[in-house]
Design a protein around this ligand. Sequence first.
Ligand code: TXA
Ligand code: MG
Length: 353
Amino acid sequence: MKKTLVLKVNPQKPETEKVRVAARFIKEGGLVAFPTETVYGLGADALNPQAVLALFEAKKRPLDNPPIVHVENINDVHRLAKHVPPKAESLMKKFWPGPLTLVFKRSNLVPDVTVAGLDTIAIRMPQHNVALALIRESSRPIAAPSANLAGRPSPTSAKHVIDDLNGRVDAILDGGPTRIGVESTVLDLSVNPPLVLRPGGTPFEALKMALGDVKLHPFVVAEKELSLGEARSPGMKHRHYAPNGKVVLVEGSVLAVVGKIKGLVDSYRLKGCKVGVLATDETMAYYKADVVKSLGSRFNLAVIAQNLFRLLREFDAESVEVIVAEGVPAEGLGLAVMNRLRKASGYNIVKVE
Ligand code: TXA
Ligand code: MG
């Protein structure tokens, strides 16, 4: 057990002294959790193999799933990537800093453990002053997966990080709740057309506008388990975003979904289960279950994305055994929400008309 130092920071104008304390840990090979615009990350010096190994251990993350490397200037991309294609240059101009991760061929500077032995590296520039200040003050790129224990929903507040990692990391910069709530979009530019490996904070529609031709990897829209041979991103192989409760996802028109969920709730309760419903503002009054929580309005997918991981954690804290979740439109940020819900359900999806 380590003593984990929690430092409250101003998210807009982080106090230099506090950032310096955190940066010292990074420079010495330690682990620091910090807010980004998407979710909290758990950072280590990306160029220090021991530090990155400790990062995997703290999260109990399998060694074959590499973290995203975070930078605060474009120069570092040129150091970490072997080659930066023109498409990447224009995407970086348009979307950075922001929730878009780009996959490049990696340079020799990058330790093997940082990229799990792959010949590619995933890089992003986060849009958060605390994250940017920490990277700058550490004067090195920071490898940072989401700051949760492997298999738990990503943390959207410092409290979630403490719940998972207290005593396992050196420090946590607490900059309040994160704005986007789902992780960055991961885009592979080493193939033509470019391929979205994970939908996230940058909507697919925005990438289509910028690139013309871009595709979603079959895993991204999967409604059932696909064979692992098709995985292009190591993260696709691992069970993700799983709350302790069993998740059942119901998709279809709103009226049919509400009717189906009512039936499912009754049948699980008859079996003696503690049942929760993950509803929306428009529908929550229709349900009678042990716990009913609303993600927000169906007409505001950004708010739904913001609330998703927090609510999944709340169901766990209340020991809900079965979570019956409403599907939301898979457009804009809704695509990332549905991807996380489908995975969390282990593809236990009920379709209704
Ligand atoms: O928003 C985010 O991206 C957050 C914050 C902290 O920046 N980070 C995050 O990291 O979600 P993590 O490690 O939880 O997810 C990284 C994803 C995984 O799905 C991983 O497999 C994929 O990126 N990835 C990493 N390196 C890759 C590579 N070289 N090729 C393909 N996918 C890669
Ligand atoms: Mg993660």
